[in-house]
Structure formats: C-alpha cells, structure tokens
Design a protein around this ligand. Sequence first.
Ligand code: BDR
Ligand code: CA
Length: 311
Amino acid sequence: RTPLVIDTDPGIDDALAILLALASPEVDLQLVTTVHGNVELAQTTQNALRVLHLAGRPDVPVAAGAAGPLVHPLPERAGHVHGAAGLGGVELPASPATVDPRPAVVALADLLMAHEPGTVTVAPIGPLTNIALLLHVFPEAAARIGRVVWMGGSATRGGNVTAAAEFNAWADPEAAQAVLRSGLAVTMVGLDVTMPTVLTEAGIERFRDTGGRVGKTAAGILRQYVDSARDRYGIDGVVVHDALALTEAIVPGTLTTTRRDVVVDTTLGAGRGQTLVDRRAVAGHGVEVAESVDSAAAVEFLVERLSSYGT
Ligand code: BDR
Ligand code: CA
C-alpha cells in the first residue's frame, strides 16, 4: 500500500477525495494537512477532521498549515461554490479527534523522514502554499517525496476563477511556481481532465442509495454543488476535480500525461495564476501534465468506491 498524504482545503470535492482515498486499499492515508483555500483555514481544518470522523477514521492525524498565500492576500474565497462553511451547507458531526499540535510542514517532514525516499505520494488538492513552505523549510524531507499529484492549473481550458486561472493556481501562484519548478515528480491534474469528468446525478444516486451513511452524506454534501455547476457551467452533474486527482494518486496511470515545462503567471494583472504550459521541447525539469482521461471509467471508479461504504 502506498503511503499517502492529502493536503487539502475542504471543500466539497476535497471531502469526496478524502472519502475516496479511505475506501481504496491501494493507498494508506497516513496524514491530512490543511490549507487555506475554498474557505478559511480554521474551517478547512475542522472540515477535514469531520470528514475523517464520518468515514470512521478519526485516527488519521490532521495538521493545520498555511492560513494564507505566500505573498499576496486573496481578494476572495470560494464560499459561493462550496457553501460558507465549505461542505455545501451540510453540518457534519464534530469529531472526537483534535488537530495535531504540529504545523503541517513539520508533520509532513516527520512523515517523509520516517519513510524510505521515493515511497510517499503527496496529493495537494488545494493551493500549494504548504508544499512550497515544505520545500523551503525542510528541503531534505521534500526531496524524499515519491510523487506529487496536484489538482490544479489548466493547459488549454482557460480558468474557472478568472478567465485565465484555475482556482488552486490562482489562490497562490508563487507557491505553485515554486512547486512546479522544484524538480519534484509532479503530476498536474488540471481542468483539461477534470472538466470533462462529470459525475452525473444518476451516479450520485447510486452511492446515496447503496453507500450506507457515508454515501448518503456524500450525496448530501454534493447537492449544492450540483446546483452551482448547473448555474455556472450549464453542466448536468458535478465536476469533482479533487477526486480525479486522487484517482491518479491511487491508481497511477489513470490519466495520460505528457512531460511539459509549466510557468505560472505571478504578475498582478489579469493573467495572475494562469499556468502556461510550454508545448516546445522540455528544457527545465518539466512536470507530467494530464492531457487525457477516460472520464466514464474515472466516474465509475469513484461511484463504486463510495458505494463500498455500504458493505
Ligand atoms: C479546485 O478549486 C477548488 O474550489 C476545488 O476544491 C478544487 O480543488 C478546482 O479548481
Ligand atoms: Ca480543493
């Protein structure tokens, strides 16, 4: 089983991603670190604790990380998409667990130093602030990461939070730039593959009806997201971006990737947060950019795994 860390800002699709990982025997979720993003850090941390408790895994440690981006404060968060408290208006029962006393970067470094180099997968599904800090504060630990599977960016689809930028890249472009240039083995799971991967209402009904209490709660968390997707993008169903990144972390090779150099726009203009994917020959370290996906298979994987909570 691959040791796994999820770095997250729950977030509706973050919650789904955590539940997917916990239902997957291929990976062993050993740590959740939280970051600012969809909502404020205190709320993402509380949500992470509650999602783990919902899944019956309050033993997984949750360590809180950065409360804001590295350099420039954010003008807005994403409460309009995820609900003011981040989980689509659903109030999950409080967890008996408390937050780990260590800062996220310390918890991450401890875990990485306790494993053989190259064995741990880190799946950041929010702004990359914590991972950028890890690179700066504990470079030796960061170098031991096996794979970084990041949900963020966009190669060809423009943005979702602005015309140019995907939310996680936009929410800390300086951090994204540091991580994408770090030389770590990064896979960028961007809007190119997430947007076509739509979880339909029929799929949601399947795990609502067969996935026990967890499946029913997951369907409830998604309800507001379904409405938001219909209003904003005219999609019937939802795009659970972060769950697709986790699918790639759980089953490497789910997505077809190409090695590319990626530059993040860190200027303060209209392009801020845009991921510029270079289509010329790779000259730098390069990252694996996810370019195509079997969306039907990915959605089926998610629905089956969430349904398995009922058995
Ligand atoms: C990303 O932004 C957040 O709102 C989602 O949780 C996901 O990580 C999609 O652009
Ligand atoms: Ca997220």
